[in-house]
Structures are given as C-alpha cells and as structure tokens.
Design a binder for this molecule. Structure first.
Ligand SMILES: [Zn+2]
Length: 209
C-alpha cells in the first residue's frame, strides 16, 4: 500500500486570511476602528459585537487604542485596548526573524505567546441537525483584534511555510510588511514583491553609495 504523508502543514484559508489581515494592519493608514474590526472579524469568520456578534469592538473615539499612543487629552483610557499596532509590528518582526533569535529568546517568546493565545482564543462547539444528520463543528473564536495578532504571531512560529511568506521590506525608506502569495515553499523574500526588483535595486544602491 502506498501511503503518502505530507510533511508540509496545510495552509488553511482562514489562517491565511488572518495573517493577511495582520499584515494589512501593520501597514494600513487606519482611519476608523470599524475599518480595522471589519477586516479582522471578516478574516476570522466572526461577527463584530455591534452586529450582536462575539468579536469585541471598541468605540470609534478610541481609535488610539489601535494606532497606538496615549488616549487624547481628557479621555479616560479604554478598558479593553484593541491591540496597539506597535505591538503587532514588533511581534510580526520578531516572528519573521525567529530562526535568528537565541534559544533562550525563542523559548521565552513561545511561552509568552502561548499564554496570550490561551487567554484570548476559544473554541465554540456549534451543533446543527439536518434530517437525522447531526453535525458538530468546533469553531475557533477570538476575543478581538489583539487576540488575532497573538494567534497570527504564534502561527508564524509554528508554521514555517506561513512564516516564509511574510516579510518586511529591507529598503529603509519603505519598511512595508508584505504577504507573498506567490511563494511556494522557497526562501523568504527580503523586499516587497509588489515593487518587482525596484526596492531590491534601490536598497543595494544605498548600501554601496
Ligand atoms: Zn519595499
């Protein structure tokens, strides 16, 4: 009997959508809390709580909680900060460079992220019945934007195939985070793929000036 067992973990569509949402968050010019929440909840297949859903949102005036920084003067800080983008950038940058970290730092990162994911991600059983057929589905749910950032960071550590697709352009004046959909298990890209070779060329020109 021929048995083929793939050693490459499958990239699920939802995980890919979540990674792409976080990459978008790292780059985007964020104008509204709803814009962020819609993007993340959509990728997670969840409904934001203004729609009676279970995905935590924050009031529009608390945009600072997503873009980072202190609350505007006179405003009390939001009890559930949504997920500071600075933290997302830091986590994603660290996750991309996981292989270069010291063993101690790697173990510490895995421990911290594991703890955060266990606190902010849950599994909800949903049961449905059609005729006599009962279907039980275990659906992952996340508390909100920050929960997804933690999950994606841990996902990048545990699925090298996803990790290699994410990068941050080495051209200093660019620094864009990207998700390379065209990559097929090859090496990690160092420059944003959308620029073609332009950012690679510009980077080396700057280096050799
Ligand atoms: Zn670039």
């Amino acid at each position: 009997m021929l048995r083929m067992k793939s050693r490459i973990p499958t990239l699920t569509r939802r995980d890919t959508a979540l990674v792409q949402a976080v990459v978008w968050f790292c780059n985007a010019r964020i104008r509204s809390t709803r814009g962020v929440e819609q993007r993340f909840a959509g990728a997670a297949g969840m409904k934001p709580d203004w729609d009676d859903g279970e995905f935590q949102t924050i009031p529009p005036e608390h945009l600072y909680a997503y873009v980072g920084g202190p609350p505007p003067p006179g405003m009390a800080s939001h009890p559930h900060p949504g997920g500071d983008r600075g933290e997302a950038r830091e986590l994603i940058t660290t996750a991309i460079g996981f292989d270069e970290l010291t063993e101690v730092r790697r173990a510490e990162l895995v421990r911290q992220l594991g703890l955060k994911v266990r606190q902010t991600m849950h599994v909800t059983p949903t049961v449905s019945m059609k005729a006599r057929r009962v279907e039980l589905e275990l659906r992952p749910v996340w508390d909100g934007v920050q929960a997804i950032v933690y999950y994606v960071a841990l996902l990048l550590l545990s699925v090298p195939q996803q990790r290699r697709r994410v990068g941050r352009c080495r051209l200093e004046r660019c620094g864009t985070y990207f998700y390379d959909t065209r990559l097929r298990g090859g090496k990690q890209q160092l420059f944003c793929p959308e620029s073609g070779t332009a950012h690679r060329v510009a980077h080396f020109r700057e280096m050799h000036r």
